[in-house]
Design a protein around this ligand. Structure first.
Ligand code: TEU
Ligand code: CA
Length: 539
């Protein structure tokens, strides 16, 4: 039986993980060559971002064939080999299922364009609005309208993301049947988990103008999302774990989607803690992040999911987010301490932890300085929108440097000289590879990597951390983020000093034993700068 509390999931962005054939693009054979490293880290499952045939409008989230592997990444035999080799090392494979939309290069969409009504009903083709123009005023998440006009049909089609990503019509039972067949295909191959991309967007309420917004309220957490999730769960059974990526979800719906008794998702990614540095919720504006807002958002969601019986994916990094060490820590001072503190927040809270490639060695934002460095469609669109809105080149590049998804997509830093590829990488490497790399991390017992291993070992040994209750501990200093995890008579206390100053500890933890600290000689009376410390109640 599946036990989510024991899973520790490592996210691989295949394009940037390890290249095996010198074309500058990561591939499945490259991943296979790094399985011993991942086994050493101690993770139980590998989540791969999409590796299916795709024209690459959105780095693979525009899928042209759900049951194949894009030749740039390898082939189905490579995937089968990866699954087998991972299993030999006690690791499962989770694949990314992009079911809200297909690429406009998908066979289904091509047949829709050729006029086949059956396949037009796989998507949302709508007549122009009465006065002409797009059917509704909704906005794409990548900027601009979310409707693309097809002249020879005289119709628009819906794309919540790039125009190369046409939304699927889940109301159509034939579409749902196709989806189940795709899942069966990968289960046959031995896949043990699925990530469902923006899965709470698959049920659209109605197609009307959104008088007060961008259309989000018409397609987020729609009326049939739970029905569709239950259909998927009934089809794949209880032993396959699933994680839903939930866009702008409420805590209530997030808990409903992930409560075991509802038989929908095993767990979910929600993003509220990753919007605390968005002024008025706007991603493409800058403001310093407010630690108190981060702590309270994390705490609020941890408590709501605990009270309502939901289950969170715990993460600060992924392929869509800038690197948390640069964003919430400091990538110039106390880097290792900050990286270890963020690691503790990921691995000791209540939920299933996700480690994003490179996070375990303290990788940072890319430090790109010119537009040519960027590859991501969302970033390139946003650059143009910001410039059209009158921002200077310098201001715009400053925003991109902080916000772009490409910050997470620079090649994995294996050695001082890089080690990702023998060829020209598809995106520039971060120049701090000379000091931030796997080779040096493995040799240094005090490295971020070895701290991740310690934390993972600690998590695996503790019922309280894996499945215990979480409760905030209000310290005398709000800059200390403290909570306790309890299960039976086991009680673990986790302290995080979110400042670069020494802070006194005025609570009595004398009857606690230090299990792990990011400071070599933890002082009982105070926390060192950005120290995280984990204690166990002994008496
Ligand atoms: O992301 C959903 C999504 O909305 C993200 O684009 C995120 O909101 C945004 O990047 C943050 O500003 C999923 C995938 O993770 C992402 O890579 C895809 O681009 C997107 O869906 C479309 O498939
Ligand atoms: Ca390659």
């Amino acid at each position: 039986m599946l036990d989510l509390t024991k899973e520790i999931i490592y996210q691989i962005y295949p394009r940037s993980f390890q290249d095996s054939n010198g074309d500058g693009i990561g591939d499945i054979q490259g991943i296979i060559s790094r399985l011993d490293y991942l086994e050493m880290l101690g993770v139980s499952c590998l989540w791969l971002n999409p590796v299916y045939p795709s024209p690459g409008c959105d780095n693979g989230y525009d899928v042209a064939d759900y049951k194949e592997i894009d030749p740039v990444f390898g082939n189905l035999q490579d995937m089968k080999k990866l699954i087998e080799e991972a299993e030999k090392r006690g690791m499962k494979i989770m694949l990314d299922m992009v079911f809200n939309h297909t690429s406009t290069e998908h066979g289904w969409f091509k047949r829709a364009l050729s006029g086949e009504k059956k396949y037009q009903d796989y998507y949302f083709f709508k007549a122009p609005a009465p006065g002409g123009g797009p059917p509704t005023n909704w906005k794409s998440k990548f900027g601009g309208t979310c409707w693309e006009y097809v002249p020879n049909l005289g119709l628009y089609y819906l794309h919540l993301f790039d125009k190369g990503q046409a939304d699927l019509n889940w109301e159509n039972p034939q579409v749902r049947k196709e989806i189940m067949e795709v899942l069966d295909f990968w289960l046959e191959l031995g896949v043990k988990g699925f990530r469902f991309d923006v899965i709470n967007l698959i049920s659209k309420r109605a197609f009307e103008d959104d008088s007060d917004g961008d259309g989000r309220s018409y397609y987020t957490d729609g009326p049939k999302v739970e029905q569709y999730l239950k259909e998927i769960r009934a089809h794949i059974g209880e032993d396959i774990f699933t994680v839903g990526e939930l866009s702008s979800v409420s805590a209530e719906r997030c808990a409903a989607y992930t409560k075991p008794e509802n038989r929908e998702l095993s767990m979910a990614f929600h993003f509220h803690h990753l919007k605390v540095d968005y002024p008025d919720g706007e991603k493409w504006r800058l403001m310093p992040f407010d630690f108190n807002h981060l702590r309270e958002t994390l705490h609020e969601w941890d408590m709501k999911m605990q009270e309502k019986g939901g289950w969170s994916a715990l993460f600060f990094n992924c392929h869509d987010q800038p690197r948390s060490l640069s964003r919430f820590g400091n990538d110039r001072r106390y880097q290792a301490r900050w990286a270890k503190l963020l690691a503790s927040l990921t691995l000791t809270r209540r939920g299933t932890p996700y480690i994003y490639q490179g996070e375990e060695i303290g990788m940072t934002n890319a430090g790109f300085e010119c537009l040519d460095d960027y590859r991501d469609v969302e970033s390139l669109n946003s650059y143009q929108i910001l410039r059209d809105n009158g921002l200077s080149e310098e201001e715009t590049l400053q925003i991109l440097a902080a916000r772009s998804r490409d910050n997470a997509r620079t090649p994995m830093q294996w050695r001082r000289e890089g080690g990702f590829t023998e060829g020209e990488p598809w995106i520039s490497e971060n120049q701090n590879k000379r000091t931030v790399n796997v080779e040096d991390s493995l040799k240094d017992p005090e490295s971020v990597f070895h701290f991740y291993r310690e934390l993972i070992r600690l998590r695996k040994s503790s019922d309280a951390i894996q499945k215990g209750r979480i409760e905030m501990i209000r310290m005398d200093n709000d800059s200390i983020y403290a909570y306790k995890r309890s299960y039976g008579d086991e009680e673990i206390v986790c302290l995080h000093n979110f400042t670069e100053n020494k802070l006194p500890i005025r609570r009595d933890f004398k009857d606690h034993q230090v299990l792990l600290s990011s400071c070599e000689k933890p002082d009982q009376t105070c926390l060192s700068p950005c120290e995280c410390r984990i204690l166990k109640k002994t008496a």
